[in-house]
Design a protein around this ligand. Structure first.
Ligand code: ZN
Length: 402
């Protein structure tokens, strides 16, 4: 932290590619980290490095400045014995010419709001997709411990509740990093003159995320957000999650609903991920990437819609025999999906026209698949019938010209 703040006083800005030095598999290898450190720069925001289950824990935090920091400080502060400032230029240019090296890659505050999964605060390693998946698994382990071993001696139940929320925050964050891969692209601040001769595989400023990584990200979201058992907690744990009753100056106990709103929470997470995945910005980006890469390297809109539809409506699309029963968490997710596609078809959302047409087509397909599906379970039965009714109303909605 001190090195980071001193870095600012010396003129350095944040570098959110600082965490990309090591592959996830190298992060806990102290033979590597004692020489290289954990990051290319102290000017990133670095989370504690937590090893995945079954791997010996290495360094939690970096303890040295990185190659980017040394390079940037050298550029700014190297003493050059010349009589005029202009005479320094060739020497500085020689230092700047190193910028193509991966360990010197740079991305600062105004670049991280875009869909670039390689540049973010609080992410870690050169493969955020894998590292985030490890952290999602770690979150599940921590929830498991809260279930089995907590509260610790001396703790109250509100301490369990706070820890549960902290882990949930971590889980949400890893999901966000994963979502960035879909339709993602990296942005590099480079100048054509910086590419040295002899470096054949040079970069361009924009680089779409490889399609395999986008597919993996979708699989991760299916497993950790949309699947039936993605967020399942024991009744024991849920009944432990008590709010604090501490009333004193500066703290007032929560009033209103006191028990843990588990349906609302799961739906909030699923709904926000789904809305983010199907946002106009992401969809138009995905469509543009079709023209910015070879056709086989693009995740097309039909593939995205199809993957989501079959992951969210699995019970109907790939029924596992009878009797059909759709759980309450899945019914909630399926309604959210329906809401989003309906808003597209009814032009309540600004999305590319192709996305609107696909939403219409997917609803029509789903309606066909819902025909003839029946259930003995009254919740499921009502849900399926109402879904069909809603889809048919949307598909038959009259056009209105304003
Ligand atoms: Zn800072």
């Amino acid at each position: 932290i001190i090195a980071h703040e001193v870095g600012h006083t010396l003129g350095l800005r944040h570098n959110f590619r600082g965490s990309t030095l090591l592959a996830p598999q190298e992060m806990n290898n102290t033979e590597i980290t004692k020489n290289k450190g954990l990051t290319t720069s102290v000017m990133d925001y670095i989370p504690p490095n937590i090893a995945p289950q079954g791997t010996k824990q290495g360094d939690y935090f970096p303890s040295m400045v990185g190659p980017y920091d040394e390079w940037a400080i050298k550029y700014g502060y190297i003493p050059i014995k010349t009589s005029t400032p202009i005479a320094e230029k060739p020497i500085l240019e020689e230092i700047a010419a190193q910028s193509y090296k991966p360990e010197l890659s740079y991305s600062t505050d105004e670049d991280v709001y875009d869909l670039d999964p390689t540049a973010d605060a609080w992410d870690n390693s050169s493969n955020v997709l894998l590292y985030s998946q490890w952290q999602l698994n770690n979150s599940r382990v921590m929830w498991e411990r809260l279930d089995k071993r907590y509260p610790l001696a001396g703790d109250g139940y509100s301490d369990v509740s706070e820890r549960f929320s902290t882990v949930l925050g971590n889980y949400f964050q890893q999901i966000y990093y994963t979502t960035k891969y879909i339709g993602g692209q990296s942005f590099y601040r480079i100048h054509p003159s910086e590419i040295p001769s002899g470096v054949s595989q040079h970069r361009l400023p924009f680089e779409p995320v490889p399609v395999e990584e986008q597919r993996q990200a979708l699989e991760t979201l299916q497993k950790y957000v949309f699947a039936e058992d993605a967020l399942s907690f024991s009744p024991e744990l849920l009944n432990k999650l008590a709010p604090s009753r501490w009333r004193h100056w500066g703290s007032s106990p929560r009033v209103g609903r006191l028990d843990f709103p588990i349906h609302d929470l799961v739906l909030l997470m699923q709904g926000s991920v789904l809305r983010d995945l199907l946002s106009g910005d992401r969809l138009s980006r995905l469509k543009d990437i079709e023209l910015k890469t070879k056709p086989e390297n693009a995740l097309t809109l039909p593939e995205l819609f199809d993957t989501l539809q079959s992951g969210i409506w699995t019970e109907v699309i790939k029924p596992k025999g009878k009797p059909m029963k759709i759980s309450s968490l899945r019914r909630g997710l399926q309604r959210q999906y329906l809401d989003i596609l309906t808003a597209m078809v009814l032009r309540k959302e600004s999305v590319p026209e192709d996305a609107r047409t696909l939403a219409w087509y997917k609803l029509k397909q789903l309606d066909e698949q819902l025909k003839g599906v029946n259930s003995e379970d009254e919740y499921t039965k009502a849900h399926l019938l109402e879904t069909r009714d809603r889809i048919e109303k949307v598909l038959n909605a009259p056009l209105q010209g304003n």
